[in-house]
Write a protein that binds this ligand. Structure first.
Ligand code: KIV
Ligand code: NA
Length: 260
């Protein structure tokens, strides 16, 4: 059963929320089968799937393509779609683009930073919005932790409160000190979802490629639950050996059902 924004708010304080990103249909299918309640089609797609150095290359059209694929794989899971860089420059532009992501299959949208006028405009139009504070990859010059001095921590704390006030139903907190994430989580009534923000958030999100071990770089705060990259290499090498030795396809037993 697909969970709503209200369901996630009600989970705060009772059950940790598990979120993973997905960008493709087959991965989304497996996440839904595993019972993951909320999938983020993040603009990280630009880095982990498209090979760009930042998320700034990602367009609304890219997001529509990936959201559609994820929706077809996970028809009964809540999907958040990221509004990519500069697609939310004005309230009107943000609304038009948010509607396109929803039409592609998203249930809610996420945007980076304390753009409270835009968040409240979207919420007034009936769109479920997820906020994002701390490290903001669309505009950051580095991927270093933010909020490490008292002044910056206070700014992020205030931004988190303002994002909730504007009507967001959930807040992603990225790469901030654990005590700051704890304090934000204690203060807000909406759930916080942490990435590189310590154990005290209401939920956790990982980029699926990081969790799978598929890529050439993983942030230190991520965890590799598998090494899919190595598996792909092994498959390619074994296939190559068998083609060269003419072992493949000689000994394949065909399924009768596929012979029609
Ligand atoms: O784009 C993304 O995957 C994200 C997560 C890192 C939170 O915004
Ligand atoms: Na993102």
């Amino acid at each position: 059963m697909k969970l709503s924004a209200t369901d996630f708010v009600q989970m705060k304080g009772s059950r940790p929320i598990t979120m993973l990103t997905a960008y493709t249909c087959p991965v989304a299918r497996e996440l839904e089968a595993a019972g993951i309640p909320i999938i983020l089609v993040g603009d990280t797609v630009g880095m982990v799937e498209m090979g760009f150095d930042s998320t700034r290359e990602v367009t609304v059209e890219h997001m529509i393509y990936h959201i559609g694929a994820v929706r077809r794989g996970a028809p009964n899971t809540h999907i958040i779609g990221d509004l990519p860089f500069e697609s939310d420059k004005t309230p009107e532009l943000a609304l038009a683009n948010a509607k396109r992501l929803l039409a592609a299959g998203a249930d809610s949208i996420k945007l980076e930073g304390p753009k409270t006028d835009i968040i409240s405009y979207l919420v007034e139009e009936g769109i479920a919005v997820v906020g994002h504070t701390g490290l903001l990859p669309q505009t950051a010059n580095s991927f270093a932790k933010v909020g490490r001095n008292a002044e910056e921590a206070l700014r992020i704390q205030k931004e988190a409160a303002a994002i909730q006030q504007a009507g967001a139903f959930m807040l992603v907190v990225e790469h901030i000190p654990h005590d700051l994430a704890n304090s934000i989580t204690q203060t807000l009534t909406i759930p916080t979802i942490g990435i590189g923000a310590g154990p005290d958030c209401d939920g956790q999100v990982l980029v699926i490629n990081d969790a799978l071990g598929l890529g050439n770089y993983w942030p230190p705060f991520s965890k590799q639950y598998a090494h899919v990259g190595r598996e792909i290499q092994k498959v390619a090498q074994q296939f190559s050996r068998e083609v060269e030795s003419r072992e493949f396809p000689n000994n394949i037993i065909q399924f009768a059902g596929s012979m029609k």
